[in-house]
Design a protein around this ligand. Sequence first.
Ligand SMILES: [Zn+2]
Length: 265
Amino acid sequence: MIFDAHTHIHFPAYNKDRNEVIKRAQAAGVKMITVGTNFKTSQGAIAIAEKYPDDIWATVGCHPNDLENFNVEEFRHLANHKKVIAIGECGLDYYRLNNLSTSDVDRIKEKQKHVFLEQVKLANELNKPLMIHCRPSKGANDAYEDLIKIYDQSNFKVPATNHFFVGSLNVAQKFLDRDFYLTFGGAITFARDYDEVIRFYPLERILLETDAPYVAPVPYRGQRNEPAYVMEVAKKLAEIKNLSLNKVIKQTTKNIFKSFSVSGY
Ligand SMILES: [Zn+2]
């Protein structure tokens, strides 16, 4: 068994052949957490998780680039569902704010922080872990620094997973001090920017992801990604950390059970 900790199998990219894609994952022994990004996609995530009770779990949340109609009450209702094992993806995304005026940037950042904090509170209240999306502006670690500030001020106690980590070694150390789990995905198979952090971060705090349909790993690069390809991420991670593939698969699966209440096993 191997876990894709962050995927979007309920997205329209799979509308034509979703059952086949899931069958390929099942054949490869891949279980998955399918991640909501707004109210509608969170409902979609739950619907698929209900349909495949032994293989798929859901998260519900509001992505920082999708804040328009955020209403925490709607998410509270969804989050109580038994297949919902985390709140998210939620967090901060400063990557696309480059060409805006300073006042617009400030306004958007404040809104993102507010919506994130609402979801942190909800996670605390329901005692469900957080699936965090945090993307700094190009070449910076600004969003991570702000995330850590919010974490420290809000004193939340639920486990936190930061998906698709792209931060510096210094930020990784801060995340480790706060017991964060980090996920790594397809990008590690074709970019060497992550090697240093991967070698540094303990395997006991690492999860594997595809983020499908995005960022397919080598040898599928440029194609639509799918959960079965998480095996390629595992292989690369094993190579970078100089560990056996078996050890990486076993430990990252163990980490899923520690960080999320994946029931049925
Ligand atoms: Zn995602």
